[in-house]
Ligand binder design. Structure first.
Ligand code: PHE
Ligand code: ZN
Length: 854
């Protein structure tokens, strides 16, 4: 056994360049679990042989942490071995030349495992989380993704439901597909299944089960529906079928992440499985659909083809995010999905890329791999694949993917392998493209227009790749810039065309034009870059009205809003007339998808504005941004006032609740309008919607509108009285209050909430509901008194010994410190230093704090 301090002291940096294959191959794994809350016995029988890729007679080194070794046998003979803090070594002198069996028995204590990594207990349920390196907390094993083996698992327990990977066969779970240990899973407890039958395209019968705690089985229908649609979609879109007789999903209450793709046994944070109209919002439904799909899609992109080492994490995550985004687009609206994805990318990935935690999509070193499950690896990883597809075309992409599955099935692959299938399938040289995987930072692309008055229009595109930690100088990237040209009447004169910017500056010429065109640049957000293009407000409004590309149509409105907000903050300007007029047009335009209108009417967020102002050379003042955004919202509400009642009436959804995109879009528009109306009527309309709501979208949305205006105390109390028994709904109750607290009141709100008995810091969802929202309340978190900073640091220090993974992840609230003024910088750095000095600090939080301090 070891404590955190010892773990931290042994922290060292792992480098991609040091990769070596493992000394041995694991040919078969047999596991027996005797479950007990504080004394579970794990018997592991490993069939091993020397790895020809590592010649010579080598020691066998197995990873193992917090394991009590009971016994070890080599080919049946007792071995007298002592484990150290990170594992067990069987010296080469004891090993035979050829294959051998190693049997170990260890004892572990799942009920005491608050880190939620390895085998742990959640509300009486045994469950596991092994990615990335949790298997070493279960048994001694070469816990690395390039060691793949078939597993057989036996579980001894009185509990009614006992699950593991693969197919249930004769009292055992047998997984015929060789897999790395991070995909191992075990679940045991009192669970109820919702089941369905699925037949694959080639006729395999698959039993689908979604396992939940008794009482929750009324909330599984949507997840099952999403699973079936995902399985069908992967067959038609990628030609990939499921490959076992059963597919199990289990919902657990305590989970560090969203969900996990363990082979044949996906384990989910209950928040991303359970949904009913009364308890889940439209956004919850959409996220459930996306995450169910994501984990299912991993069966091919992650499980059948896995990662050689953890530096290659984006190989499975970037691709699987890209696939789940395609799926959600197909299920709903591609335009709306793209806008939402870009909003997330900018809010999370651009923020990360612009600060001390910036890292490449494929990093080349880390201390703690759990700190690299980031927006850069996931979301930028998906963007990079989108660019690749744009560059090689849809057919090229399809051929490359077919080749990928063909060539690498059953393997642990690398980004080099991935790029090679594209090069081989399409003949394209991807050497320059590879920089997207290796160089961190968000490129800035500048556009200059030139019209010669005689039919020729020129676009000069240039790129700058800003320095990031450890990468001071960068080379030019290949950037696909999708453009279209509109004529002055709004008609399209050039359909979407992809320009390839490969140098630091290039000129693109368009000839034979009758009049100076209006360019629409970076259509569909064709590359993850910041676009710098001086466009006057009238032209932005023109593009918002006429652009045929839905992303850029939205983007024009957004850019207009941001420019106005920026001028309100920095020059004390008034809300601009162009924008108010454009918003009025959109709000009343029934020819537009309501979901799209809702997105246009949503004001830019405060953190987004701080990011934008900082990039433009200003020091963002959080209080001024907050005040300006309020003024802008009020100005829009006042401008729309005469129309609002009619517009609101037009968004009433008839009939019983359905989570489909069309109905959800109407509700989203209604809530966007209600947020404006609430600024004018002292909450009358929002209170009315709250009182009559028959679904959580309306109920929670109306409550948010009230809280945003500093009212709604009564509704908040009613919400609590109604939902106090429901953990997931109460998470919303916690979140909303923190997110919408007035800046000066935030610390008090957080202190009141964390003092409640139902603030269980060991439950990651509850902790995030409060602490994640504390950092997300921009003006409150950055209040000049520093109380927000102190509070977050206090709680991270408290959580770290219990759950270092979640503590480390939540510390990203501090990642944007360098944007702000000297006082705030000093206070944040002070809190980071205080955390760094905390006794027994984990390797997880230690690495994060160290990188943020620089
Ligand atoms: N691999 C999981 C996913 O993206 C995420 C995860 C990572 C979950 C680590 C738990 C632990 O689907
Ligand atoms: Zn994933």
């Amino acid at each position: 056994m070891q404590d955190n301090a010892a773990q931290n002291n042994s922290a060292r940096t792992i480098h991609l360049a040091d990769y070596q294959p493992f000394t041995h191959c694991v040919d078969q794994v047999d596991l027996t679990f005797r479950l007990h809350p504080t004394a579970t016995r794990v018997l592991a029988k490993l069939a091993l042989s020397p790895n020809p890729a590592r010649p010579g007679h080598q020691d066998l080194r197995l990873n193992g942490i917090d394991l009590r070794l009971i016994s070890a046998r080599l080919n049946g003979a007792v071995l007298d071995l002592i484990a150290d803090e990170t594992g067990l070594t069987v010296p080469a002198t004891l090993l035979p030349e050829g294959p051998f069996t190693l049997e170990t028995e260890v004892e572990i204590a799942p009920a005491q495992n608050t880190a939620l990594e390895g085998l742990y207990m959640s509300n009486g349920l045994y469950c596991t989380q092994c990615e990335a390196e949790g298997f070493r907390k279960i048994t001694f094993y070469p816990d690395r993704p390039d060691v793949m083996a078939p597993f057989r698992v036996r579980i001894e327990s009185d509990l009614p439901v006992l699950l593991s990977n693969g197919n249930p066969t004769g009292g055992e779970w047998v997984d015929p597909w060789p897999k790395p240990a991070y995909l191992f899973a075990l679940v045991a407890g009192d669970l109820i299944a919702t089941s369905a039958d699925f037949t694959t395209a080639s006729g395999r019968a698959v039993k689908l089960n979604i396992w939940v705690r008794p009482g929750d089985e009324t909330r599984t229908d949507y997840a099952m529906d999403a699973l079936i649609r995902s399985m069908r979609w992967d067959e038609t879109a990628y030609g990939r079928e499921y490959d076992l007789d059963v597919f199990n999903i289990v919902a657990v209450d305590d989970f560090n992440m969203g969900a996990m793709e363990n082979k044949g046994l996906n384990i989910f944070n209950a928040k991303y499985v359970l949904a009913s109209p009364e308890t889940a919002t439209d956004d919850d439904y959409a996220r459930i659909e996306a995450i169910i799909a994501h984990e299912y899609f991993h069966n091919w992109t992650g499980n059948r083809i896995t990662c050689r080492d953890w530096f290659q994490l984006c190989l499975k995550e970037g691709l699987t995010v890209f696939r789940d985004q395609q799926f959600s687009g197909d299920m709903r609206s591609h335009a709306v999905k793209r806008i939402e994805d870009v909003l997330t990318l900018r809010a999370r990935q651009f923020r990360e890329d612009g600060g001390p935690l910036a890292h490449a999509v494929r990093p080349d070193s880390f201390v703690e791999i759990n700190n690299f499950y980031t927006a850069t690896v996931y979301e930028k990883g998906a963007e990079v694949i989108g660019m690749l597809k744009r560059l090689v075309g849809d057919d090229g992409y399809k051929q490359a993917l077919d080749l990928y599955f063909d060539r690498h099935d059953g393997q642990a692959a690398t980004i080099e392998d991935w790029l090679a299938v594209f090069a081989d399938a399409t003949g394209r040289d991807l050497a320059q493209f590879k920089r997207w995987y290796e160089q961190a930072g968000t490129p800035r692309v500048t556009v200059k227009e030139d019209w010669d008055g005689a039919g020729t229009f020129r676009l000069t595109l240039s790129q700058v790749n800003p320095p990031t930690p450890g990468q001071p100088v960068k080379d030019a990237k290949v950037i696909p810039v999708a453009v279209g040209l509109l004529n002055p009447n709004g008609g399209e004169v050039l359909e979407t065309t992809v320009l390839e910017l490969t140098n630091s500056e290039q000129v693109f010429e368009f000839n034979g034009l009758a009049a100076r065109p209006v360019p629409s640049i970076l259509r569909g957000f064709s590359a993850p870059v910041v676009l710098e293009h001086a466009v006057d407000p009238t032209t932005r409004a023109f593009l918002l009205a006429h652009d045929t590309d839905p992303f850029n149509k939205w983007e024009s409105g957004r850019a207009l809003a941001k420019e106005i907000l920026a001028r309100m903050v920095t020059e004390g300007a008034a809300p601009g007339a162009d924008w108010l007029e454009a918003m009025t047009q959109v709000a009343g335009d029934d020819s537009l998808d309501p979901a799209f209108r809702a997105l246009v009417l949503r004001l830019p967020g405060e953190d987004d504005m701080a990011q934008t102002l900082f990039a433009a050379g200003h020091v963002p003042d959080p209080a001024a941004i907050h005040a300006a955004r309020k003024r802008l919202g009020l100005a829009l509400a006042e401008r729309l006032a005469p129309a609002l009642p009619g517009l609101l009436a037009g968004t009433v959804v008839d009939g019983p609740y359905s989570p489909d995109a069309k109905a959800a879009g109407k509700r989203a528009l209604r809530l966007a309008l209600l947020s404006l109306q609430t600024r004018l009527d002292a909450g009358a309309a929002a209170s009315a919607l709250f009182a009559q709501a028959d679904n959580m979208t309306d109920e929670g949305g109306a409550l948010a509108c009230l809280l945003e205006q500093g009212i709604g105390a009564e509704e908040l109390a009613r919400f609590e009285a109604k939902w106090h028994g429901d953990r997931l709904v109460m998470d919303k109750w916690f979140s909303l209050q923190v997110l919408h607290a007035a800046p000066e009141a935030l610390a008090g709100v957080v202190n009141r909430l964390t003092a409640r008995p139902d603030f269980d810091m060991k439950n990651p969802n509850r902790f995030r509901s409060v602490m994640g929202m504390l950092a997300a309340n921009h003006a409150g978190f950055h209040h000049a008194d520093g109380a927000g900073y102190r509070l977050l640091a206090d709680w991270l220090i408290k959580l770290d010994p219990l759950n270092p993974q979640t503590a480390a992840r939540m510390s990203t609230g501090f990642e944007s410190w360098s944007r702000y003024d000297a006082d705030r910088q000093g206070m944040i750095r002070g809190e980071l230093a205080r955390m760094a000095a905390a006794p027994g600090l984990s390797r997880n939080l230690g690495e994060m704090v160290g990188r943020m301090l620089g």
